[in-house]
Design a protein around this ligand. Structure first.
Ligand code: PGA
Length: 252
């Protein structure tokens, strides 16, 4: 059975002191919540990953990086390699976030390489994708999502999807407070699972966790998570408050 996942993308927020405080708050907030089939993941900024790994060691919280370079090592000033992450105890990475695509020119083909690098090292990948507002208004959202998945992921073997968590994040819903309705999320997630079934197999499609991301808050999480093809969420703003993130985890 596929796992439920609640992941917090902290983006470029939190100093080391704030990182430690937030982890402390989260541990307190999650105390007593049964997390049997649910993974709880946080993604602090690079410089605080090592400390975050240490501070979460005896908890059920996993630590993810927000990006990784595709090359093994070399002359790539300012970049971080998969071995560096692995070495400090990180084994989950977010790839393809719309902010990386928009502000750092990440293309589908670069993402395909990054996914390969990460999976080759045994990492789990939270792979983000989603349409722009214009795409949805033009009723192109299914086509855009299909292209993004095809270009970055569909060259992979079925086996590789054991390490992939998909995160559908309509760009118009990220950081805007304008969330997709639970019905819109379900409709797209069902479509995505159908694509996987068509490209691979029904069995494989049933095993892949598909998260929704975009203005998930404690007040709307339960309704979104109640949909059959929504297996959790990728949370931005609300993951920066221990109380809110814990409440979102509780509602899964
Ligand atoms: P948001 O961000 O929850 O602040 O909309 C989601 C994300 O960027 O992953």
């Amino acid at each position: 059975m596929r796992k439920k996942v609640v992941a917090g993308n902290w983006k470029m927020n939190n100093t080391l002191v704030e990182t430690k405080q937030l982890i402390k708050g989260l541990k307190k907030g999650l105390k007593g919540i049964k997390l049997k089939d649910t993974r709880v993941i946080i993604a602090p900024t690079y410089v605080n990953l090592h400390q975050a790994v240490k501070k979460t060691e005896k908890s059920k919280i996993e630590v993810a990086a927000q990006n990784v370079h595709q090359a093994k090592n070399g002359a790539f000033t300012g970049e971080i390699s998969i071995d560096m992450l692995s070495d400090i105890g990180v084994n989950v990475v977010i790839l393809g976030h719309s902010e990386r695509r928009a502000y750092f020119n990440e293309t589908d083909s670069a993402l395909a390489e990054k996914v390969n690098t990460a999976i080759g090292k045994g990492f789990d990948v939270i792979f983000c994708f989603g349409e722009q507002l214009e795409d949805r208004q033009a009723n192109n959202h299914f086509k855009v999502v299909e292209e993004q998945l095809k270009n970055a992921l569909f060259a992979l073997r079925s086996e590789a999807f054991k390490n992939i968590i998909l995160a559908y994040e309509p760009v118009w819903a990220i950081g805007t407070g304008q969330t997709a309705t639970a019905e819109e999320a379900q409709e797209m997630h069902e479509f995505i699972r159908g694509l996987l079934a068509k490209e691979y197999s029904k069995d494989m499609a049933e095993g892949v966790s598909i998260l929704y991301g975009g203005s998930v808050k404690p007040k709307n999480a339960e309704e979104i998570f109640s949909k059959p093809d929504v297996d959790g969420g990728l949370i931005g703003g609300a993951s920066l408050k221990a109380e809110d993130f814990s409440a979102i985890v509780k509602s899964i």
